[in-house]
Structure formats: structure tokens, C-alpha cells
Design a protein. Structure first.
Length: 248
């Protein structure tokens, strides 16, 4: 028995999601490499990307006569968001720390692989021996930026707006602990990964596809972007903290 044809509204939702992504991707590609630092604003390119990602869902919602609440811009359900985010971080952070140590121990001791890390990092790696960050101030500033300038805008646009609309076009074929799994999740994660390419042109940026799957699943399971914002920001901060603690 063939699947029912999507309704006109479902088709429109999918089209709106893809058009919004295409416009945002073009804007991001044009501003992300602006390497100018301004007082009170900081890195201008990053600030413009954040503004673009925050403003785009507002425009889409207005054109569709919807509200940002329809795109998960809410903390409720608080308990479910806290539970999902807490469990995800309890699993992810220790595993990533172990993988971090294994990665540097392997590639920095293997000449053929020593170009894989960021240039210069192998010279700073002295084994999985922690030391207190020398300058905690910049680390705290980085944490604030990750929450406000990176995680919140990206989650509102990609998980709140794009995934939310794509799930109307391609409803999940199955669910796991309440989170939808289907073409909408895969496509939104792919679009999330691709938009990271223009910043440095590094194909390794496509690895963001995988955390995109987790963030999207969380948004689908809770109906809110709060949990995915928390996990997204905490994951980025964790990477920076590992660098500060183990690279010297």
C-alpha cells in the first residue's frame, strides 16, 4: 500500500524550510569570513552569522503566520529537557574525553597522521596529564559566546525552524524515546553540516552531521530546543576545556 500524498501545507512547509536554508546558507557564506574584531561586538563575521540565524526563523514564522513557540523556542517541558540533556552529557562528555586522548596519543606518535590535528597541537600535547588553565577568563568568555552566539542561534534555526518544518513534510517513520527518526532528521543534519563548510573550507566540518542527529532527535522528543541548546553549548565548551587542560 503506497504512502498517502503529502498535503499542500506539508509541501509548503518543506519548501519553506529548504528556501530558508538556501537564503541563510548564502548569507552565512558571504559574512562568515569577515575577519574584523570590533569593541563590544567581537568577531564581526561570527556576530553577523548569529544575527542571521536568529532573524531567519522570525521571518519564516511571520510569513507563515506562526510563532517562535511553534519552532520550539521555549524551555518547557523543563523536566524532560533537563533529563534528556543530563543523560546525553553524562554519556557524551566522558566518551569524548577518552576519544580525545586516544586521538592525540595516536596521531601525534604517528608521523603519517600528524597533520590531522590543528597545526601546532601535537607540539602542545604531552599525554593525558591535566593542568589548570593558565587564563580562565577567556575560557569563561568562550563559554558565554558558545551559549548566546553559537548554540542558541544554530538550534533555533536548524532544529527549531528547519527540522520542525521538514518533519511536517516528511513525518518521522519511527520514534525512539519520543524522538522522531526519518528523512527530516537526516536532511536537517546534513544541511547543518554543509553550512559549516564555508568558514574554513575544511571537509572535516561535515562531521557536525553526527551531533546534528542528536540535537534534532532531542528537539523532536521534547518539542523544545532548550535541551539541544544546552548539549550543543556544553559539548563545544568541553572541547575547548580539554584543549586548555591538556594542550600546553
Amino acid at each position: 500500500m503506497s504512502a498517502a500524498a503529502p498535503s499542500p501545507e506539508a509541501r509548503r512547509a518543506g519548501r519553506d524550510a529548504l528556501v530558508a536554508w538556501a537564503v541563510v546558507a548564502a548569507l552565512v557564506a558571504s559574512v562568515v569570513r569577515i575577519d574584523v574584531t570590533l569593541p563590544l561586538i567581537g568577531h564581526l563575521g561570527s556576530a553577523l552569522v548569529a544575527v542571521t540565524l536568529l532573524y531567519a526563523p522570525v521571518v519564516v514564522a511571520a510569513r507563515r503566520k506562526e510563532d517562535l513557540l511553534d519552532y520550539g523556542f521555549a524551555t518547557a517541558p523543563v523536566g524532560k529537557n533537563v533529563l534528556y540533556a543530563g543523560v546525553a552529557l553524562a554519556i557524551i562528555l566522558p566518551l569524548f574525553a577518552a576519544g580525545y586522548a586516544l586521538f592525540y596519543d595516536t596521531v601525534c606518535d604517528t608521523r603519517a597522521l600528524s597533520d590531522l590535528p590543528i597545526p601546532g597541537n601535537c607540539r602542545r600535547w604531552h599525554g593525558f596529564v591535566p593542568h589548570w588553565p593558565r587564563y580562565p577568563g577567556p575560557l569563561l568568555e568562550f563559554a558565554a559566546v558558545q551559549i548566546v552566539v553559537v548554540a542558541l542561534p544554530e538550534e533555533l534555526f536548524f532544529r527549531g525552524c528547519v527540522l520542525g518544518l521538514l518533519e511536517r513534510r516528511w513525518p518521522p517513520t519511527r520514534r525512539f524515546l519520543g524522538g522522531g527518526i526519518g528523512w527530516a532528521l537526516v536532511l536537517s543534519s546534513l544541511l547543518f553540516a554543509v553550512i559549516h563548510l564555508p568558514k574554513a573550507g575544511d571537509p572535516r566540518a561535515l562531521a557536525t552531521f553526527f551531533p546534528g542527529l542528536l540535537f534534532g532527535w532531542m528537539r523532536s522528543a521534547t518539542g523544545s530546543i532548550a535541551g539541544s541548546v544546552a548539549v550543543h553549548a556544553a559539548s563545544n565548551i568541553w572541547v575547548r576545556l580539554l584543549d586548555e587542560v591538556f594542550l600546553r
